[in-house]
Design a protein around this ligand. Structure first.
Ligand SMILES: Nc1ncnc2c1ncn2[C@@H]1O[C@H](COP(=O)(O)OP(=O)(O)OP(=O)(O)O)[C@@H](O)[C@H]1O
Length: 453
């Protein structure tokens, strides 16, 4: 089915009107096929928008997606054929953009359904830093959104580097304490002798060296969120003191007599198997129940490999050492390969940081990646990545390959990187639109053949 046969039908608009938030049906070349009332009101000044490109409509409404460096979910969806969820910034606020491919009888993507959900600034900020599109990760984000506005104690469970602190900050941002402080406490780094005074503070002269009164972390978290990181590392002897605080909401500074009241949202995290520790009597059961009102398990990176391109892209943008570096497709294949990432997302960030320092040119190449990664087999699904990966327009100059292969590679690159529609791409390539369709069709059936064989 071609774009021209995918015509507007009245039921499309009426179907979209079932959504309360702005919703629009798009063709692959970004033209609007149908838009609901909320979309027309918010972005179109109430005018009909059919046939116009969504990026133009958004730009006129002050949401210039491209200029602001927002990631285009339609491009990503066209490449991957899978739904996309991103956060876009505009002059009048941020919105979560959900994009779904709608398939025809032949399972070909016929249209794209885009839903825009306006977001509070804090929630948008949290979502932006919590990169990921894999179902397991989206589930984490959905649970955070659900629990954040409540008072429930959240327990984040997951291996080191899976994003527990990031998730704790997102709970804080989405809670009614968001204007208060977010106070992380690394429970594994506190020697037993210091635990009480760090947590509860001390009075002047409470012990040798206590030259002045000190406010503890619990008091500092008053009106905000107390994040107990590595809570499974608290020794048994101190667990009872923490339990008392959580049960009474009160504590005493070391050397003090006055009980002090503190109100805070409690979020804890651990990589330890707390349930087993309770069974082995290494962790108090009553404290476990206090902490564990709402558990959220964070998946290890090896169980959400499809997020590696997105994460890598986001990290390369943030790393000062990356200075516009691009990830070569062979490097991405290695990153998405069989490597187990024991250090999870933190390890991925470290790998990219090191690679950025080693790379001289524009590309991060396989030789810039760590040895452990290079020993693991490369992933087969790298080219089906959710994000269009920057790749050189022609293969390495030191290789002579069949012209037909070169043309196919170049076409794939041109299709992924050209900003305009098919007609303008055909013009740039110096061929007719029909020829371009024929060549792209041949590419598609070749890819299909590879998938099926
Ligand atoms: N989904 C994500 N999107 C973007 N960055 C992430 C994501 N998950 C983790 N990171 C980054 O990975 C690093 C480690 O994350 P974080 O400190 O939250 O992990 P953690 O589970 O608390 O680790 P630990 O248990 O060792 O304290 C941070 O730099 C964080 O910004």
């Amino acid at each position: 089915m071609t774009n021209s046969s995918r015509q507007w039908r009245p039921e499309m608009t009426s179907l979209l009107d079932c959504f309360g938030t702005p919703a629009v049906l798009l063709r692959a070349d970004q033209t609007v096929l149908a838009a609901n009332r909320a979309y027309r009101r918010t972005y179109g000044d109430g005018k009909p928008l059919q046939g116009r490109r969504c990026s133009e409509v958004m730009a006129e409404a002050g949401h210039d997606c491209r200029q602001k460096g927002n990631h285009c979910p339609l491009d990503a969806c066209r490449h991957s054929g899978t739904e996309q969820h991103v956060v876009h910034d505009g002059v009048s606020g941020s919105a979560q953009v959900d994009l779904y491919p709608i398939r025809d009888d032949n399972a070909e993507v016929a249209y794209f359904l885009e839903l825009l959900l306006p977001m509070r600034a804090e929630a948008a900020q949290a979502a932006r830093v919590m990169v990921g599109n894999a179902p397991a990760w989206r589930n984490v984000v959905a649970l955070i959104r659900r629990v954040a506005p409540s008072d429930a104690a959240v327990l984040l469970l997951g291996e080191s580097g899976t994003g527990k602190e990031l998730a704790a900050a997102a709970v804080h941002q989405g809670s009614h304490c968001r204007n208060g402080p977010f106070v992380p406490v690394d429970c594994s780094g506190l020697p037993e002798t210091l635990f009480e005074s760090e947590l509860f503070g001390h009075e002047k002269g409470a012990f040798t060296g206590a030259h002045s009164r000190k406010i503890g972390l619990v008091e500092a978290a008053n009106g905000g969120t107390l994040f107990l990181d590595e809570v499974g590392d608290i020794p048994l002897s101190l667990q009872v003191k923490l339990l008392r605080l959580l049960e009474t909401g009160q504590f005493r500074r070391v050397g003090g007599v006055e009980p002090i009241r503190a109100q805070f949202r409690l979020v804890s995290a651990t990589h330890r198997p707390l349930e087993r520790m309770v069974a082995e009597e290494r962790f108090r059961q009553d404290l476990y129940y206090r902490l564990n009102t709402f558990p959220i398990a964070l998946p290890p990176l090896r169980e959400r490999r499809e997020d590696i391109p997105l994460l890598a892209e986001a990290m390369l943008k943030r790393l000062p050492a990356a200075r516009g570096l691009r990830l070569h497709e062979d490097s991405l294949a290695l990153l998405q390969g069989e490597y187990a990432y024991p250090g999870n997302v933190r390890e991925l960030r470290n790998i990219l940081e090191r690679a950025a320092l080693l790379a001289d040119g524009v590309w991060i190449l396989p030789e810039h990646l760590s040895d452990g990664l290079r020993r693991a087999p490369a992933g087969e699904n790298a080219s089906a990545a959710a994000v269009p990966v920057a790749r050189p327009p022609v293969p390495g100059v030191d290789a002579i390959i069949p012209l037909a292969d070169l043309e196919a590679q170049y076409l794939r690159w041109a299709r992924g990187n050209h900003e305009g529609d098919r007609r303008s791409l055909a013009q740039c390539l110096g061929v007719s639109e029909r020829t371009l369709y024929r060549k792209l069709d041949a590419l598609r059936s070749h890819a299909q053949h590879i998938v099926e064989s």
